[in-house]
Design a protein around this ligand. Structure first.
Ligand SMILES: C[S@@+](CC[C@H](N)C(=O)[O-])C[C@H]1O[C@@H](n2cnc3c(N)ncnc32)[C@H](O)[C@@H]1O
Length: 195
């Protein structure tokens, strides 16, 4: 929502539709946008992901060219992504998953969506992975190393270094107890990158 407002104010987009599935954040978002509606094409819809828009065959479905999902887990993001074939004009997807980022790379492997940028950003001592995906005509593939350690990661050199250090330290403490093969692969590529 805040991102949409910034983009509208800076003339980067013409229209913004926010989607929220919980009453509290939905009503506070409505309050925030109310004074802006005279000046900007901005609205907020109550929906679990895209599901209400899809079931209503909402006219917005054909007007979106960009979808942004930020601030929740990969499992939830993947659930919502299953509806993207309904967004006929979608060209760009921006994602900021809060966990299991390799799940995002795996999902788009062997698809017409290309990870064009992957960023690590740091805000208030927390690291965030941000993906920009573009729709292409050909199928895009990733190798195992790219799936588990990323695709040309951008961000400040110091931030990436600190991220890798923090992540290695964290995984070191759990990987011995975990049977999760994905986590073990993430850890082993982190060690390889460090060396
Ligand atoms: C951390 S906030 C992100 C805030 C947003 N990036 C902004 O700029 O204001 C994540 C929001 O996504 C909402 N959310 C989570 N799962 C959702 C879903 N399936 N459908 C719609 N909204 C969802 C949560 O209720 C929460 O308000």
């Amino acid at each position: 929502m805040l991102l949409g407002i910034e983009l509208l104010k800076n003339n980067k987009i013409k229209k913004f539709v926010g989607i929220e599935n919980k009453n509290g954040p939905f009503y506070s978002a409505k309050k925030i946008i109310a004074p802006l509606r005279k000046e900007y094409d901005i609205s907020i819809l109550f929906s679990d992901g895209l599901s209400n828009l899809v079931s209503d065959n909402h006219p917005f479905l054909n007007s979106f060219d960009t979808l942004v999902m930020s601030g929740f887990g990969t499992k939830e993001i993947l659930k919502i992504l299953s509806d993207i074939p309904m967004l006929k004009n979608l060209q760009t997807i921006i994602l900021e998953p809060r966990n299991n980022v390799w799940g995002i790379r795996k999902y788009f492997n062997n698809s017409k969506w290309k990870i064009s940028e992957e960023w690590i950003v740091k805000e208030k001592n927390n690291f965030h992975n941000v993906f920009k995906l573009l729709k292409t005509k050909k199928i895009n593939t990733l190798n195992e190393k790219q799936i588990y350690s990323g695709v040309n990661i951008k961000g400040g050199k110091d931030i990436i270094h600190e991220y890798w250090k923090t992540k290695t330290h964290y995984l070191e403490s759990i990987v011995g107890f975990s049977k999760n093969k994905d986590l073990q692969k993430v850890y082993s590529y982190l060690l390889k990158n460090r060396n």
